[in-house]
Design a protein. Structure first.
Lengths: 877, 433
């Protein structure tokens, strides 16, 4: 270590110490929290965070929530831009109002020049927020600079002679806050006050409640910032009463929220203690942000190295790195093995890099753990408005959070619309993007700030599109006269027209579709409109000069109007059902019930999942669920006698959809979330998008068709005969411990096509059909059929499996599934068999992976009595 | 192949073995001489013989066999009750209530068991189908429950479904929507005290065609359930998991079976807040011969430490009256049950004791398909005939009846009218180590 660095760490040894044994471990076991972050070239109002957090409230339990904002609006704080950029924003939380005078007298007035003091407004009566048990702290914000005398004394005391002024200032503020916290929060039994945040142009607010309650209580709805992060936590203890343990946690110039937890909290704490850093709140999140601050501010690592130290590149990904990177990463890994969080986690970090030299970077960084136990979803939308680039990037624990924020934003700001141009997952520790993304807003204080997206390696994220977005100008469409024909025929016709259409013509077309569905006695028109709009929403196709995300937003709105018309005038073919109403009896087997999910609670007897059960019991065989905002458990518990039940979901269908399904068909007209089709036994699941974690965990059978990708651990421990087509790829651990018999003899398999779609819906091959290191690990049955004409998947990625040539019997087995895949998604079989423009034979395109020699003959096998008819038969029907 | 009296050689051999076994199980508990090499310090020779005697007679052993404690030198063996003087005992004819409500929340069915014990999860494949049937029928007869373990739900158990807990464990073997909907109680097995950090396992030579068919896996391949649930990495995920089961079967109670790490109190409270009706702590002394020796007794916290730790924490969180706390992991006798309850549990979950009752000698060959000489932990259809289900059912019922006599007797002497009054009465225990 160099001398300056050693001096900084040594200087902290003089800080007061607290006996932590007196603390309850309030935060010890929190985990899958609701987390969202956004960064934008525009300052975005907190109410859009509120919308996202409110939607994810079933990811918290109201025992802790918080937000951080970076890149604030000086006027909203009553300061000049100069003060905002140059002063430290010391935000104090006072639980005990009497503590304020003491803190100010001891730790603020003597040491800081104060440019401005602001008391954070809040609701007069906290009990007006349901479920808020504890009065949130009063918050006072001080815009300060350390006094010159105090600073030079500090410099002299610790011999910081060669440290830049800014580094000394930062360290001074950091240590001053540490003293405040040990005196007023940690060391006394009563927790009277603590520092919420102390960086320049960064503010943290948190309390015992939900994250969205923070925005409500402190009346932040109209507060604006370039970067936001928000968090609900789910601590296990019952009576958490103090806000210090809520996220975000701060280092110096950053605030961090965290989803998940890690197992080596003790080891990391020890690592920090060796560097005189002592966390105060006993949470793994706090140690994480302290490590980040140590590496970034004190050690001065580039962000890439900070990320590598936290989420090391391992296994095959490491071997695929260039040699010079391997050398550095290897050093980083061996230096930081004890400070690298181990377990399921991802971090969102809001950073304020106020350079003080006439520029600043407000940054949102999302880092995913290497074992991919907690993947996050990223999204990006960008357009040009009046010659200026307007962009927003988001990261969240689940796509529904992003959807809610974008819908909220689009509803009031015409520069945004509800669908992002691009959504993607990160594979932690990936050699291609590092599994981490940095959304940096560059502000030169003069011109409009710019949002720049890069991956861990500093490479720019590819622009999703250059086509103009729909400008949202007021336009009254005139219904276009449509040709006659089925929805499919109309869809085909639209394909021929779209390349030449403007947004206005597209709206005229949609108006025509809506008009053709009008009228009570027009069930055929309604059916056609719903099917056609779904195709336009689900399929990937050339959109000419139009941007896909804008066009699909228009289609969303069109479907919304068709549904509203059904609500206004139900018919023999369509009934509309809302929360609170009694479930009607089905008039006949073909009647469709539209279930409006708005207002249904996330779980319990009144949940959408239970309502769907009642609707099936009432005799409906066609159910369309709309306005989903993450509600879970759709299709759960509807029973075995459901082969003729068809459920369609629109909006954000939540976790566990189709789990346990035993006969029905469910179609998800969007991405699916986590734990879909667990233990599924029979039936069919179609997802016009991606699926999340542990898709079909422990599945026994049924079929599934996925247009996009699966996240981590799809089909783990699946048995029996599940048959699955995944057109994209998976993060990793596909079909681990797969036990699905012999696929050529009734067993199960996964077809992995490894394709993606370009902007015009044309099929393109992914760089590799499977990027992870663990494919079909420890499998004893079933098979993977991977479309891999260039043989990019290698044996090293298998752990127990083996490649074998595709036989004619294999092809005949998967052919009907690929044909069905074509019907469902419009992915032509002929295109799948095309490589570099030339048609190939199936065995030149698809490779089969089967279990290797998973077993020797067991001693008992030779002579245990073979029961011809088993005394009991497995599985059931 | 018909032979004597129209029976096959196989039938004759089985009958002969059964007759000899039954003779032996009846003989040894009352024999003058000691049997050769029976028992270990946890399950002593006396305890095994006493359990056989109780299973035979349904009565408390009266021939000097030590039936209350083993010789481990620790755990329940160094705890005893402070029995007050005889004048403070309740009258002999006092009605003593052993029943235990399992649901203390205001949702779900109000289930009650007649004795403060139910059977722990042992899977189809780990034990024979006959043993499962014996346990299920005994549970029905006694008014309590037994658990499927993680190996599927044999159709022959469906008639007893109101007394069978469906276990959902990390491999999800044999679990499907229908078996979740059968169950009055669904048990999540997050971990086992005998081998925390490891999932369930069934070695290849127990995974016969029939066993594999029940799990829909590949025959003769060793089956390892993962650890942990790959869909549950946090207490929030756990709540979702509970909500999923409650959506699938809204009337089912949810039991959460966990081992006993040092923060078991946090785990228990987290489980409660996620909606569990029953928190089931599985300590380190349990496990059959199939659990690895290196894991047994060496990882989890002993159950007698875990119970009071969790009990006190639930009390301090003001939720003790809303959750049922069951304990298992080396609970061998009626006195172990009473001690666990005095330490703070509501009741106990029994595994090995039931196997002893039907002839287990603790020979530790449970991991092999044909390892069990008594046909208990076998997957061989021939060997399993050595333990007929109706015989096993009666033995298990008898053992619990003998336990009930002892529990009532103990409670009467302690001046308590109900097993529920014993809970958390650590003052009634003393250390005798």
């Amino acid at each position: 270590m160099n001398n300056e660095l050693t001096r900084i760490l040594n200087s902290r040894s003089k800080l007061p110490r607290t006996d932590l044994t007196q603390f309850n471990r309030d935060e010890a076991a929190e985990g899958g929290c609701g987390v969202i972050g956004m960064a934008s070239s525009e300052r975005v109002a907190a109410r859009h965070m509120l919308a996202a957090l409110a939607q994810m409230s079933n990811r918290g339990n109201g025992k802790g929530g918080g937000i951080a904002a970076v890149g604030l609006d000086a006027a909203e704080f009553g300061v000049s831009p100069d003060v905002l950029h140059n002063d430290y924003l010391l935000a104090m939380a006072y639980m005990d109002p009497a503590a304020r005078a003491e803190v100010e007298a001891q730790y603020i007035h003597p040491v800081f020049e104060i440019d401005h003091v602001r008391e954070q407004p809040h609701m007069a009566d906290y009990t007006q927020i349901t479920g808020l048990d504890v009065r949130p702290p009063d918050v006072v914000q001080y815009f300060v600079r350390p006094k010159a005398a105090a600073l030079s004394a500090f410099r002299a005391e610790h011999d910081f002679m060669n440290l830049p002024e800014r580094a000394v200032e930062d360290e001074y503020v950091y240590q001053n806050s540490f003293k405040i916290n040990t005196t007023y929060y940690a060391s006394l039994g009563e927790k009277r006050a603590f520092v919420l945040s102390h960086a320049k142009n960064l503010l943290v607010l948190k309390m015992v409640g939900y994250g969205d309650d923070v925005i409500r209580y402190y009346q932040l709805e109209d507060m604006h910032a370039h970067v936001w992060i928000g968090h609900h936590r789910y601590p296990t203890k019952g009576r958490v009463w103090h806000p210090g343990g809520a996220h975000p946690f701060i280092g110096m110039n950053e605030a961090l929220v965290h989803n998940g937890d890690f197992a080596n909290h003790a080891s990391i704490s020890e690592y920090l203690a060796q560097r005189n850093i002592y966390p105060l709140y006993l949470t793994d999140t706090e140690v994480a942000v302290q490590v980040f601050d140590l590496l970034y501010r004190t050690y001065n690592y580039p962000l890439e190295y900070v990320i590598e130290a936290l989420a090391p590149t391992t296994e095959r990904d490491y071997t695929l790195l260039p040699a010079d990177k391997q050398r550095i990463y290897s050093m980083l890994q061996s230096s930081h093995i004890h400070s690298s969080p181990d377990g399921p986690w991802f971090f969102l970090i809001a950073q304020s890099d106020e350079g003080g030299q006439g520029e600043a970077v407000y940054r949102l960084t999302g880092i995913t753990d290497t074992s991919m136990l907690r993947p996050q979803v990223f999204a990006w939308q960008e357009s040009t408005v009046d010659g200026e680039t307007v962009s927003i990037a988001l990261a969240a624990s689940e796509k529904q959070g992003i959807d809610a924020a974008m819908i909220s934003l689009a509803a009031e700001d015409p520069r945004f619309w509800s669908r992002a141009d691009r959504y993607w997952n990160a594979r932690g520790g990936s050699h291609t993007d590092g599994g981490a993304f940095l959304f940096s807003v560059h502000d030169d204080y003069k011109t409009k700030p710019k949002l720049v997206l890069t991956n861990k390696f500093g490479e720019p994220v590819k622009q999703p599109t250059s086509r103009p977005a729909y400008d949202r100008a007021a336009y009254s469409p005139a219904a276009m006269a449509l040709p006659t024909g089925s929805a499919a025929e109309l869809y085909d016709w639209a394909q021929t027209q779209l390349p030449s259409w403007s947004y206005q013509q597209a709206q005229d077309f949609l108006a025509g579709v809506e008009a053709s569905a009008n009228g009570e006695a027009n069930d055929a028109g309604r059916a056609r409109a719903i099917e056609l709009l779904s195709l336009l929403m689900d399929r990937r196709y050339p959109t000419g000069s139009l941007r896909r995300s804008s066009l699909v937003s228009l289609v969303d709105a069109s479907l919304e109007r068709v549904m509203a018309a059904i609500k206004a005038a139900p018919s023999e073919g369509y009934v509309y059902h809302t929360y609170g109403a009694n479930v009607p009896k089905a008039a006949n087997l073909t009647q469709t019930l539209i279930l409006d999910a708005q207002g249904y609670p996330p779980q319990g007897d009144d949940s959408v999942g239970r309502e769907v059960q009642r609707i099936v019991e009432a005799g409906f065989r066609y159910i369309i669920v709309i306005h989903l905002r993450g509600q879970r458990f759709i299709g759960n518990g509807i029973g075995t006698n459901t082969q003729d039940v068809h459920i369609h979901t629109y909006g954000s269908a939540g976790d566990y959809l189709a789990s346990g399904m035993d006969g029905a068909t469910i179609t998800v007209h969007n991405n699916g979330q986590d734990q879909l089709a667990q233990i599924m036994k029979a039936g069919r699941l179609v997802v016009h998008g991606d699926v999340g974690q542990t898709f079909m965990y422990g599945a026994k059978g049924g079929s599934a068709f996925i247009l996009g990708n699966a996240a981590g651990r799809p089909l783990i421990n699946a048995v029996g005969k599940p048959r699955v087509v995944i057109n994209g790829t998976c993060l990793d651990y596909l079909a681990e411990s797969f036990m699905a018999g012999d696929p050529l003899n009734g067993g199960g398999f996964v077809v992995l096509n490894g394709i993606m779609f370009d902007e015009d819906g044309q099929i393109a091959e992914l760089e590799t059909p499977y990027p992870g290191s663990n494919l079909f690990s420890l499998a004893s049955g079933g098979a993977i059929y991977v479309r891999d004409p260039h043989q990019r998947v290698v044996s090293e990625q298998l752990n127990g499996g083996e490649f074998v040539p595709l036989s004619e019997a294999d092809w005949q087995l998967i052919l009907p599934y690929l044909e069905e895949n074509e019907r469902l998604f419009g992915i032509p079989l002929t295109r799948l068999l095309e490589v570099d423009g030339a048609a190939r034979a199936p065995h030149e395109v698809y490779r089969k992976i089967q279990p290797g020699s998973v077993r020797a003959l067991q001693a008992e096998e030779a002579w245990v009595t073979k029961a011809k008819t088993p005394t009991t038969t497995g599985g059931g029907h | 192949m018909a032979n004597i009296a129209g029976k096959t050689d196989e039938q004759l051999i089985v009958e002969k073995h059964i007759a000899n076994f039954h003779k032996g199980f009846a003989y040894w508990p009352r024999a003058e001489e000691a049997p050769p090499a029976l028992g270990d310090s946890r399950w002593t020779q006396d305890l095994i013989l006493a359990t056989w005697l109780m299973a035979e007679t349904g009565q408390v052993p009266d021939n000097g066999l030590e039936y209350k404690i083993g010789a481990s030198g620790g755990g329940f063996d160094v705890l005893d009750f402070n029995i007050p003087s005889q004048d403070q005992w309740l009258p002999a004819d006092t009605e003593i209530d052993l029943s235990l409500p399992l649901n203390r929340r205001d949702d779900g069915a109000q289930l009650k068991i007649n004795i403060p014990m139910y059977g722990g999860g042992m899977s189809y494949g780990s034990i024979s189908e006959h043993v499962m049937q014996a346990r299920a029928r005994a549970a029905q007869h006694l008014g309590t429950f037994t658990s499927t373990g993680e190996g599927g739900y044999p159709p022959s158990l469906v008639p007893y479904k109101d007394h069978i807990i469906t276990q959902v464990a990390t491999g999800m073997f044999g679990v499907r929507e229908e078996t979740i909907q059968y169950a009055p109680i669904v048990e999540f097995k997050y971990a086992q005290g005998a081998k925390p950090g490891l999932g369930g396992h069934l070695l290849g030579d127990k995974a016969t065609d029939v066993v594999a068919a029940m799990r829909e896996s590949v025959p003769w391949v060793s089956l390892f359930s993962p650890f942990p649930f790959h869909s549950v990495y946090s207490v929030e995920d756990h709540r979702k998991h509970v909500d999923w089961i409650r959506t699938t079967n809204p009337r089912a109670l949810v039991s959460v079976k966990v081992s006993t790490p040092t923060d078991v109190d946090m785990v228990a409270v987290g489980s409660y807040f996620a909606g569990a009706h029953i928190v089931h702590l599985d300590g380190s002394y349990g496990g059959t011969g199939a659990a690895p020796e290196i894991a047994k007794k060496n990882i989890a916290m002993p159950i007698e430490f875990a119970i009071p730790k969790v009990h006190k924490y639930l009390v301090s969180e003001n939720v003790r009256e809303e959750v049922t706390l069951m304990a298992s992991g080396g609970v061998r006798t009626a006195y172990d049950v009473a001690k666990a309850i005095a330490l703070g549990a509501d009741g106990c979950v029994m595994g090995t004791a039931e196997l002893i009752a039907i002839g287990c000698t603790r020979c530790s060959n449970c991991e092999r398909g044909r390892g069990c000489p008594f046909g208990l932990t076998t997957t061989d259809p021939l060997l399993q005939q050595l333990m007929p289900a109706d015989w096993g059912q009666q033995r298990i019922v008898n053992m619990y009846n003998a336990y009930a006599i002892q529990l009532r007797d103990l409670l009467r002497k302690l001046g308590l009218k109900s097993i529920r009054e014993l809970r958390g009465r650590r003052d009634l225990l003393r250390y005798v180590g």
